[in-house]
Design a protein around this ligand. Structure first.
Ligand code: LIP
Length: 256
């Protein structure tokens, strides 16, 4: 199957994964690291995604938050998956969690699907095909300054909290914006910038599975992303991340 024809099957798969999330009831939790958890539902969704994506598009190398191999295909396509982004939210039933399915060609995100089964909001895009929320085209908001903005932040909970720069950076931004929000799901944060609910999203440390799907959704919605030093994102390892409507990007970089 040509990658351009994958969008509908991937959306259907995301809905199936969402059913697993919302129907799971009491879940078993495993500790991966300091304040870093994985549930049996994460693992069940992971297995569903790996099995189905291997079947519909076997050319795609699989790279998931729960796999050991976090390297990209050297020649072609790589699926980068977060079975449940916002696992801590999921554990406490905050209902701000999603399944995130991204497809890269070499180092570029070309297809992205992010689905929140609680709100039934399906964000999706293909390179050159536009970005959508439940069938409606989406674009970043036209806000020109941070002063007139809601800024989305994440706290890099898996980083070293004794050396974290996050709180100082949020404080600097807070002195210049309407307010900030910490939702607990980077994949949803990026989609919220793409549809204009926030003007920029910042995190001192997120992983490729948090943004692989969101990247093409953000770009097709007219947004921009860089690391905090204005360098381009890579898909190797945890890194700082700033997404915006372009208009406030340079101002945001001055606070980070
Ligand atoms: C994470 C969130 C965390 C955020 C990370 C990532 P995970 O999702 O829990 O709040 O800062 O960027 O989105 O690891 O729970 O799937």
């Amino acid at each position: 199957m040509e990658w351009q024809n994958l969008l509908e099957p991937v959306k259907a798969l995301a809905r199936e994964a969402g059913e697993l999330m919302t129907k799971a009831g009491e879940v078993t939790i495993h500790v991966k690291g300091e304040q870093d958890f994985v549930t049996e539902t994460d693992l069940a969704v992971n297995d569903l995604l790996v099995e189905q994506l291997t079947e519909i598009f076997p050319e795609g190398k699989i790279f998931t938050e729960e796999s050991d191999d976090h390297t990209l295909s050297k020649t072609g396509y790589t699926w980068i998956l977060d079975p449940i982004d916002g696992t801590s939210n999921y554990i406490f039933d905050l209902q701000l969690s999603c399944v995130s399915i991204g497809l890269l060609y070499q180092q570029e995100s070309i297809l992205g699907v992010v689905y929140n089964p609680y709100t039934k909001e399906m964000f999706y895009a293909t390179k050159g095909g536009g970005a959508f929320l439940n069938g409606e085209k989406i674009t970043v908001n036209p806000v020109e300054t941070v002063k007139d903005s809601i800024i989305l932040c994440e706290t890099n909970p898996y980083g070293d909290r004794t050396t974290s720069e996050t709180q100082a950076a949020i404080t600097r931004v807070f002195q210049h914006c309407i307010d900030y929000r910490v939702l607990g799901s980077a994949a949803l944060d990026i989609c919220y910038i793409a549809c204009g609910r926030g003007t920029a999203f910042m995190s001192e440390g997120i992983s490729p599975w948090d943004y692989a799907a969101g990247e093409v959704i953000l770009k097709e919605a007219g947004g921009k992303s860089t690391r905090w030093d204005n360098s381009p994102l890579t898909y190797q390892g945890m890194q700082s991340y700033l997404a915006s409507n372009i208009r406030v990007h340079d101002e945001m970089l001055s606070y980070l």
